[in-house]
Design a protein around this ligand. Structure first.
Ligand SMILES: *Cc1c(COP(=O)(O)O)cnc(C)c1O
Length: 386
C-alpha cells in the first residue's frame, strides 16, 4: 500500500551513508570503537554516568530487570497501555507483571495512585513508560518506590530527548531503556541503550550484554588478553558497528528532529481543536518537555474508530493504535486469567485511541491534509454514512 501520508518515516541523509561506508571500510563490524563512541556521546547527551548499547529496546528492558535481580515470585508493576515488550521483559525474568491503569483519556501515562493500590509484599519494581514521549509524573512514583523499597525502571523507548522537571527521561529511575527501532525518534534499524548512574548495576549490565564474559572480541583483537572468564549468565545482546555509526549521526540530528516534531504536534492540536468527537490527550501542562514520538487522539465513545480509520485509509492517510492493552491479549489472559474490565481507563483508550502520522519530514501541508481528512470524515462516520 503506497500511503499518501505514512504513519512514520525515517529522517536520514548523506551523513548516515558516509558513516556506514566508513564502518564497512574499517573492516570491523561487531561491537567495537564506533559503539564506544556512540555510548559516550549518548551518555554525555543524557548526562548519565553509564550507557550500554544493545541489540534492541527489548533486550535493554530484559537486561534492566535482570540486573535488578527481578526473578521468579517477584511482581513488577507496569502499565498495560504500552508495547508488549515492556511486560514480556518481566516475564523473561520469571516474574509477574501487575498492570496499573492510566490516569484517563487525557493523561495516557500510568497513574501513580493505581500503582500505589497494586503494591503487594511481592512487588520488587515499578516499570514506567513515558507514553508518546510525554514524561510520567515521576515524583510520586519515586516516593512510592522509596517508601516500599522498590526499584524503578524507565521504558524510555518513546522518550529520547524528553525531560521531566529538567531531568532527561531515562535517567530518573534506577535503569533507563531506549529503543532505536526504525520508527523511533532516534533510529538505527534495530538497536537500544541501557543507562544507569549506578556503578554496580553498570558492571552487571556490561557483563550480561555479552554472554557474561569478562572480555570482548574487540578487547582481544587489541591484544588485551587471550582468554576470558564467565562470571554470570549472560546473553548476546550486542549492537553492531553499522547501527552504532547510524546512532552517532542520528543523535546529532535529534534535537532538531524533536523540535520539528513539536511544531507538528502543536499544529495538529490547533487544527483539531473544535473537531467534534476528537480529543488530543496531554492537553494540560506537562512538567517537562515531550519528545513527541507519536501523536495520539482519543475519539469520543460514539465515533467508531474502525470506520474513521477506513475513511482515512481511502484518502491515503495511515493511522495506527497505541495500544491494544497487554492484559487483553490471548497469551496474557491465558497466563494471568481473564482480567478484562480491571483497567477501565486503559480499556477505554485501547478502544478509542487513534495515532496520526508524525515524522520530522512531514510538511505543514501534510498536517493540514490529515486534519481536513479527519474533519471531513468524522461527521459522516458519526452519522453512519462515512
Ligand atoms: C519500541 C518499543 C519497545 C521495544 O523496542 P525494540 O527495539 O523494538 O525491541 C519497548 N517499549 C516500547 C514502549 C516501545 O515503543
Amino acid at each position: 500500500m503506497a500511503w499518501k501520508i505514512p504513519l512514520s518515516d525515517i529522517a536520514m541523509g548523506g551523513d548516515e551513508v558516509d558513516a556506514v561506508r566508513d564502518v564497512l571500510q574499517s573492516r570491523w563490524l561487531s561491537m567495537g570503537p564506533v559503539t564506544e563512541e556512540f555510548e559516550a556521546a549518548f551518555a554525555r547527551y543524557l548526562g548519565v554516568k553509564h550507557a550500554f548499547a544493545v541489540s534492541n529496546g527489548t533486550a535493554a528492558l530484559h537486561i534492566a530487570h535482570a540486573v535488578l535481580g527481578i526473578s521468579s515470585g517477584d511482581e513488577v508493576i507496569t502499565p498495560s497501555l504500552t508495547f508488549v515488550a515492556t511486560a514480556n521483559s518481566v516475564l523473561y525474568c520469571g516474574a509477574r507483571p501487575v498492570f496499573a491503569d492510566i490516569a484517563g483519556p487525557d493523561d495516557l501515562n500510568v497513574a501513580w495512585e493505581d500503582i500505589a493500590a497494586k503494591v503487594s509484599p511481592r512487588t520488587r519494581a515499578i516499570t514506567v513508560v513515558h507514553y508518546g514521549g510525554y514524561p510520567c509524573d515521576m515524583q510520586p512514583i519515586l516516593d512510592l518506590a522509596r517508601d516500599h523499597d522498590l526499584r524503578v525502571v524507565e521504558d524510555a523507548a518513546h522518550a529520547v530527548g524528553a525531560t521531566y522537571k529538567e531531568k532527561m527521561c531515562g535517567t530518573i529511575g534506577d535503569v533507563g531503556c531506549f529503543s532505536f527501532f526504525a520508527n523511533k525518534n532516534l533510529a538505527t534499524g534495530e538497536g537500544g541503550m541501557v543507562v544507569t548512574n549506578d556503578d554496580d548495576l553498570a558492571e552487571r549490565i556490561r557483563v550480561m550484554r555479552s554472554h557474561g564474559m569478562t572480555t570482548l572480541t574487540w578487547d582481544r583483537h587489541r591484544g588485551h588478553g587471550y582468554s576470558y572468564d564467565v562470571t554470570a549468565l549472560g546473553y548476546n545482546y550486542r549492537i553492531n558497528e553499522v547501527a552504532s555509526a547510524l546512532g552517532i549521526v542520528q543523535l546529532r540530528r535529534l534535537a532538531e528532529n524533536n523540535a520539528r516534531r513539536k511544531r507538528i504536534a502543536a499544529r495538529y492540536r490547533k487544527m483539531l481543536e473544535g473537531v467534534e468527537g476528537i480529543a488530543c490527550p496531554f492537553s494540560g501542562k506537562v512538567d517537562g518537555e515531550s519528545s513527541h514520538h507519536i501523536f495520539p487522539v482519543v475519539l469520543s465513545g460514539d465515533l467508531p474508530r474502525a470506520g474513521l480509520q477506513a475513511s482515512l485509509k481511502e484518502l491515503g492517510v495511515q493511522t495506527s493504535i497505541h495500544y491494544p492493552p497487554i492484559h487483553l491479549f490471548t497469551y496474557y489472559q491465558r497466563l494471568l486469567g481473564d482480567t478484562s474490565g480491571s483497567l477501565p481507563q486503559t480499556e477505554f483508550v485501547g478502544e478509542h485511541e487513534m495515532t496520526l502520522p508524525l515524522y520530522p519530514g512531514m510538511t505543514d501541508e501534510e498536517v493540514e491534509y490529515v486534519c481536513a481528512a479527519i474533519a471531513g470524515a468524522a461527521p459522516g462516520v458519526l452519522r453512519g454514512t462515512g
